[in-house]
Design a protein around this ligand. Structure first.
Ligand code: 6GU
Length: 233
């Protein structure tokens, strides 16, 4: 998979050299490109933003540097998926992560300020798939941290990235748990600071363990995320 990221803060993506994603890059499973949006400015101050038409606070990212960046990075016949992280996007979910993991080229356009001139997404959509994606109902200062989260969620799903592919089974939000939250996990010692591991987990009864875990998932989901019990969204 190829992943390109465009941002005025390319240094935000240094952590992609670490850990699992870093290994996927150094092993060649993922080809990573990080690009400074200011490469596609032409004025002395390398300006990327301007005041909003219609008034209001803050600044808006100008379409021109984005347009030139996409023209240069995306050849005429190529079909990357352009992901624009924004708090007004569709919610990023495990099922979207799984779908993105099947693409061969993801391109992230990370906006700052009050966002990117809306014509950038509109124009890009005439020649590639464009999705505006939000991590959740809160506001970050820009798309960079969201892009990091999305890249990590996607890359760990690529075949050959996780040391133990069984780690992908039975995760919170995965299909194996019916979209419920994961049950609590324990390791040795069986007693720690006066707290015991639930005895069923030490019993060796696989069926009882499975029943207990399913019930814990259900209780936990009812308490913390009742919205998930309404079924798949
Ligand atoms: Cl994707 N971007 C920004 N700027 N803020 C967010 C977000 C994205 N998701 C949640 N908050």
């Amino acid at each position: 998979m190829r992943i390109d990221l465009i941002s005025i803060f390319p240094d935000y993506f240094a952590p992609l050299e670490l850990s699992l994603v870093g290994k996927a890059v150094s092993s060649g499973l993922v080809e990573l490109g990080v690009h400074d949006l200011r490469t596609w400015t032409h004025d002395r101050h390398r300006t990327v933003d301007d005041t909003p038409y219609g008034g209001g606070a803050g600044m808006v990212m100008m379409p021109q540097p984005w347009g030139e960046a996409l023209d240069e990075l995306v050849p005429p016949e190529a079909q990357p998926t352009l992901i624009l992280p924004t708090p007004s996007g569709q919610l990023f979910t495990q099922s979207l992560a799984a779908e993105l993991a099947e693409q061969d080229w993801l391109l992230f356009g990370c906006g700052r300020y009050e966002g990117i001139d809306a014509r950038v997404a509109e124009h890009a959509a005439t020649r590639m798939r464009v999705i505006e994606v939000s991590l959740g109902d809160y506001v970050l200062n820009g798309g960079e941290v969201a892009a990091l989260a999305i890249v990590e969620a996607v890359v760990r799903l690529l075949p050959g990235v996780l040391g133990n592919p069984e780690s992908l089974a039975e995760e919170s939000h995965g299909a194996d748990l019916d979209g419920l939250l994961e049950y609590p996990m324990y390791t040795k010692p069986a007693q720690w600071r006066g707290l015991e591991v639930p005895p069923v987990l030490l019993s060796g009864h696989h069926e009882q363990v499975a029943t207990w875990r399913a019930e814990q998932s259900r209780q936990r989901t009812a308490q913390r995320r009742p919205d998930l019990l309404q079924g798949p969204n």
